[in-house]
Ligand binder design. Structure first.
Ligand code: UDX
Length: 429
């Protein structure tokens, strides 16, 4: 006889909230999902999923009976003692994290010694402490607090939730931390049980380290270009050292998304606010900004001035298998190309709707061939599977020119050249 699973609340139904809710429903928990956006809650009640994430819609449909959606936090408080917080913490103009949504949740909590907030949103180190102080100031010192950072990647968020590398629980060693550990027990993942501040830092440090790895390999790629080495070979050669590892050594046109740019900047800012100048992260950010713009130089090398030239962008989302355009390299690249006088066409299998809102002045195509038609140059920006397998002969025939910049080293250079195109990747000698 197994004991019934504990019901939980999840506040915020964005990427993290919805995946967490669906993931726990899969483990057998009833989940009360709360969002202030009434229209979104209505859509979710009708079974519509507001984001594109492989496997998520299926999981939400499968567990319709366990997933309850509401705009009223009281519903979650009534049903559950653990309230996961998964609201947005976007960067402010200063690079700090904007905690207004988190603070609104804190203020909405009633006095209770039977509830805990479990923080999934990425917050600065020290947030748990200050929330506990706020609770104390509001006569709610009985409310417990747990840091439980999320490491899911967009595009594989559901499997990341169900098969995590580790579970981090930062708490004060009370019932709430024990209950969160218990919730995750069926996943059988390595557990890091620690204090709240360390839990908060683990999330920021993990993302900062991965971003550092990407900027590092991008700089190696840039040096490869001037020395004749090939970054793909170099990444393979260093990645086999198990102290380094093969992942996140894919050189390209820079990292984007909702996490890396924001979290690297937040950690840099957090250090700065505390009197420490985090030099390495300054470089990571600067290298990334320059990397997005290097494509312009590559195009000019082949086309001369870009004034009046037609450039086709294949892929707009910040990475494949997502419709997320946040901090996508395509945003900077298309704006730079337009500023340089080029005519820009674009195609993305999924992100077009979002892209249209964010990228005025672009000509959007319905498919790859429509995008590259009459183009002087094509730039592969996001390595969607359909671009890796596209018919290069057809591409070459549809283009007016013959330059292909592979911004993700996703294509076979020999095959591109065999189709009669000039191939230029990132860091390929
Ligand atoms: C990331 C972290 O991986 C995840 O643990 C955290 O919870 C949220 O942030 P995500 O933003 O979904 O996840 O995407 P990820 O797959 O990590 O890629 C981030 C960016 O880095 C993308 O723009 C991707 O194209 C780029 N990238 C990644 C590279 O340029 N090279 C690589 O080798 C890996």
């Amino acid at each position: 006889m197994t004991s019934p699973r504990e019901p939980i609340g999840v506040i915020g139904t964005g990427y993290v909230g919805l995946v967490t809710a669906a993931g726990f429903a899969e483990l057998g928990n009833d989940v009360w999902c709360i969002d202030i956006d009434a229209a979104k809650v209505d859509r979710l009640k009708r079974g519509e999923i507001p984001i594109y994430e492989p496997g998520l819609a299926e999981l939400v449909t499968k567990h319709r009976g366990r997933l309850h959606f509401s705009t009223d936090i009281a519903d979650a408080l009534e049903q559950a003692r653990l309230l996961f917080v998964a609201v947005g913490t976007p960067p402010t103009y200063s690079g700090d994290a904007d905690l207004s949504s988190v603070n609104a949740v804190v203020d909405a909590m009633p006095p209770s010694d039977q509830h805990a907030l479990v923080m999934k949103s990425t917050v600065p180190v020290g947030t748990g402490d200050s929330i506990k102080r706020i609770f104390a100031g509001q006569g709610k010192e009985g409310f417990r607090y747990v840091s439980c950072p999320e490491f899911l990647k967009e595009g594989s968020a559901v499997s990341d939730f169900l098969r995590p590398n580790r579970v981090v629980v930062g708490d004060d060693g009370d019932w709430a931390g024990d209950a969160v550990v218990e919730l995750y027990a069926p996943l059988d993942a390595p557990l890091v049980r620690t204090d709240i501040a360390s839990g908060e830092m683990i999330k920021l440090a993990a993302n900062a380290f991965l971003a550092t790895k990407i900027s590092f390999i991008n700089e190696i790629a840039n040096v490869c270009e001037v020395t004749g080495a090939n970054v793909t070979e170099v990444a393979k050669g260093i990645g086999l050292d198990d102290r380094i590892g093969p992942k996140f050594l894919q050189a390209g046109v820079g990292f984007g998304g909702s996490c890396f740019p924001k979290d690297v900047s937040a950690l840099k800012q957090l250090a700065g606010n505390s009197g420490y100048h985090f030099q390495l992260l300054n470089a990571v950010i600067e290298v990334n900004e320059l990397q997005k713009r290097r494509v312009i130089g590559k195009l000019e090398k082949h086309l001369g001035t870009l004034v009046g030239k037609r450039v086709a962008l294949l892929g707009l989302a910040f990475k494949p298998n997502t419709d997320d355009m946040r901090e996508a390299t395509s945003l900077v690249l298309s704006a730079r190309l337009q500023a340089a006088g080029a005519h820009v066409s674009a195609y993305d299998p999924i992100a077009e709707g979002e892209a249209r809102r964010m990228m005025p002045g672009l000509e959007f195509a319905d498919d790859t061939l429509g995008c590259v038609r009459d183009a002087d140059a094509v730039v592969l920006v996001t390595e969607w599977e359909e671009f890796k397998t596209m018919d290069l002969g057809q591409i070459a025939a549809a283009m007016a020119g013959n330059v292909l910049i592979d911004g993700r080293n996703a294509l076979d250079p020999a095959a591109v050249r065999a189709a009669g195109l000039i191939y230029e990747g990132i860091g390929q000698g």
